[in-house]
Each structure stands twice: as structure tokens, then as C-alpha cells.
Design a protein around this ligand. Sequence first.
Ligand code: ATP
Ligand code: MG
Ligand code: MG
Length: 549
Amino acid sequence: EVTKPANFIRNIIDADLASGKHQSVQTRFPPEPNGFLHVGHAKSICINFGFAQDYQGQCNLRFDDTNPAKEETAYAKAIAADVEWLGFEWSGEIRHAADYFDQLYHFAEELIQKGLAYVDQLSADEMRAYRGTLVEPGKNSPFRDRPVEENLSLFRQMKAGDFEDGAMALRAKIDMASPNMNMRDPVIYRIKRQHHIRTGDKWCIYPTYDFTHCISDAIEGVTHSLCTLEFEDHRPLYDWVLDNISIECHPQQIEFSRLNLEHTITSKRKLNQLVVGNYVEGWDDPRMPTISGMRRRGFPAAAIRDFVLRTGVTKKVHTVEMSLLENSVRENLGENAPRAMAVLRPLKITITNYPGDKVEELNAPNHPQDESMGSRSIYFTKEIYIDQADFRESANKKYKRLVTGKSVRLRNAYVITCDEAIKDAEGNIIELHCSYDPDTLGKNPEGYKPKGVIHWVSAAQSKKAKVRLYDRLFNTPNPGAAEDFLTTINPDSLEILEDARVEMSLADAKPEDVFQFEREGYFCADRYEHKDGQLVFNRCVTLRDSWAK
Ligand code: ATP
Ligand code: MG
Ligand code: MG
């Protein structure tokens, strides 16, 4: 992994530690459990947990579960699993914003007592009209100057369930003429009869995100509240709330730019549309930019962390190319993935001068540059398979594979020469007859030069496997900008090869093991479907960036 570069957040933290403002670093990652985490969240995770780690501080995992309608326990579980898989550990128990509902309520009463919050009875439409626009100041609600006692008793009645959903709301009393719309008396509590996974039916009023987030941070003793740029305009409200309630801690909110990735969607709402509309097989479909999708695809967690680090921590809005992520994956797997041979689209070869019942055990290194990864046995027999793409009846000099009348080296084995292509009645090539040169194991043949090296497997000493080839899910670089992003879906993002053949050693592959199938790319044994007697491999990435122009 690349060394930790300097960045503006690191500078702030360094200064805070140097000045004695803080003795240690406390951060938090606060996802809303309304979907699976995506590659954008990976950045937030790496930043929040990463800074805590770098400074021997702590990072909390807190579910921002203030919106009871949308949250699901299954999402919360998946999120926690993703954070762990990415290689991070949260401090203590998982936190929930809902666990602070009692405290939040008391702070709301405190604001009322101080004349800084009021119960408003404007309808949602009226409230919008009173709010004004970017160029026009808002108007004060006629309920803005209610006496404290009346506000208090109405708020208590709201809590007791005396009013209908939406009949009233508690608003912070700030400034209806503020140029910042978030400061125009934002709603901090609304009436909503909704069952909540954690608090059941205890509450019929729920605090808004802005009110909850800053207080949750303060309760947890967060020192630096790191979030994305869209919260910049919310920072004055974050500070206003904490300045006006009785709480010691006042975290500093610092915003950084989101991670945007070409050919990808990073919005839970839109990713949910892909799942619900069956465009993919679920949140963890290997084509999804979710953390669990990338995991299932075979992207190592370290490669994702490395990628995020390379994108940098700044306030600059930018979109990074998919090749940056894929190159981090290639770099990691190039070093760490053992090599193996797999024939994706088999073409049978009969070696006419090889004994019919002979099985020859050969040795193949697991990694060409790393001897410590050991070696494995592969088996040579009279009948073998090569890939259909590795044979042509005739070809020019640039084609460095097998051609009728010419020779090629079989990787880790012998040099063969193609004598004849056998065809069916329609003229399709169904088999090749070749001869092998017994004196070419580990050495060059005498008197002729084979064209290239191709991979192969024995027919009898190999296993059938299902191989899934994935391509980009979207055809356009910025699907999120399309009027209907669903129209930009790549119809050919998945190709399934049912009859691939893999070398024997791959029968021992465990789910999530990743290999380099020589000359084909990196492939990962599927986390769920791969098992004994049913081998399923997902293509993680190709060997080179085939999209590069
Ligand atoms: P989405 O719009 O996909 O639902 P969100 O921001 O609403 O994303 P949250 O669950 O609220 O999702 O996000 C948790 C944290 O992850 C937040 O602090 C948010 O700023 C951060 N985050 C979300 N998307 C990105 C992104 N693309 N890049 C960096 N951080 C992100
Ligand atoms: Mg959110
Ligand atoms: Mg969002």
C-alpha cells in the first residue's frame, strides 16, 4: 500500500494535537441502514477509520437510523460485515442514533426553554412558501412567537401522540432571512407514526438528520466529524445546535469531496432500483459497485483501500476512471494470486503420437516471480483442450498461437504441431489432430521455432467449471447524469460459460480464492455458489485494461 500522503484533514488534526485542543482522535462512520454500502462509502470508511488508526485513535460505527420508514436490519448487518471485511474495527459496540432519542428530546426541550425553538402549525406547503428562495428572504411563521410555556406544552403533546402526523413540527428559531436556506428555521422534530426497529412504537415524533447528527457526534466525543461536501451548507446549523444546548463536546465538521467513479452509480437509491428491477441479481451481484459486489467479484480489500488512498483527500470535485480501481486490483492480484490454467471455450486436441493410457505428472510454478508460492502438479494426456481462440487454420505472422502445419508451446509442457483440423458436416472445427515433440519439456526444440505459448488442460485430468465474465454495467461514463440511467445499462455485462475446463488443482479452490487464469485474467471462486463438484468462477478483471484507447 502506498504511504499516507499529506492532506488538508491531516493538517487540521496535526494542528489540533499540537495545540493541545485534542489529546486523541475520535471519528465515526455514520451510514444510514437503507441499502448496501458502495465504493463511495469505502472512501468515507477509509478516511474515518483510517485517520483514527493513523493517530491511534478510535472510530465508531454509528447507524444513522432516524428515519424509521426506510431502515432494515438486513442492511445494518451487511454494512457491519462490509466494514469488517474492508479491514477496519470499530470502537466498542455499534452505536445507533436511535439510542440517543431520549437525550435528543431533552435537548429539544432545552432549546424551547431558551426561546430557540417553537412548535409550528403551518402545513408542509405553507412552510415551503414561507421559506422563500435563494434570492428572496423567507417570512416568519405566524406561530413563531408563541410563548415558551405554550411551545413546551404543545411539544409534550406532540410526543404524547395528541396530534396527527404532520399536523405540527418543532422548528429551530434562527433566521428566516439567512442566505443559507438550512438556517431558515429548520424543522428539528416531526410527527410520524412509524414503528422503529430499535425503539418500536415508543416514539411518534422523530428528530431530523441535522438535529440528530451533531448531537450524536457530541455525545460520542467525536473530535473530527468528517463528511462529504454536500454537508458544507449544513455546518452552520451543526454548530448552531451545539452552541445552544448544554453539551461540553463540540466536534469540528470537516467536508471532503465525494468519490465519483466513471461508468458507475454511487447512490443507494439508484442501486436499489437496479436490484428491485432485477437488472442485477442482488446488492452483491459482482457487477455492482457495492463493497459486497466488489468482494464477490474478487477485488481484494487491500486493493480497494489502496485505490481510495490514491484518489486523495481534497475538496476538489472530480470523477475518477474505472481503470484506476482496476489497476489497484491488478497490481494486488498480480503479486498475490496463484497462477492456474483454465480453458474457457474448449477445443479438443488429440495428440496422435502420445500413448492412449498415459498420464504424465508435470510440475508448474504457482507464481513466475515468487518461488515461495510453491508449485503444483498438472497432468499431460493424449486428449487435451485448448481455447478455441488459440487456433486458426491459417494466419499471418502476428498470430502467435496454433495454426495448421505450425507448432506452439503448451505452457509448462511440450511443443505440439497441428497436423489436421477435423470438421463436422457443416464445416465447423470440432477437434484437432496434433503431434508432440517429446524432447521439448523445459527446453527448446531443435531445428524449428514454435510461434508462441498457449494454455491448455488435460481432457480427463481436468474439471468442468462455470465461468462468468463480467463487463461494465453501464455504457456511458456518467450514467448518473442520464435522464434515465436505466437506459444506459450495458446489455452485455454478463456472459456465462457453462462448459469451461479447469486444471485439477482448482477443484480444491475455496470460495473467494482468487487465481490468475493464465492469459485470461483474474478469477474468483464464487463466494456462494462455488462448491465441491460445482465449480463457479467470476472474472474479477482482465489482465490488461481492454477499455484503454
Ligand atoms: P447515498 O446517497 O448513496 O444513499 P449517503 O451519503 O446518503 O449515500 P449514508 O449512509 O448517509 O449514504 O453515508 C454514510 C457516509 O458515507 C456519509 O458520511 C457520506 O458522506 C459518506 N458517503 C456517501 N457517499 C459517498 C461518496 N460517494 N464518497 C465519499 N463518501 C461518501
Ligand atoms: Mg445519507
Ligand atoms: Mg444520500
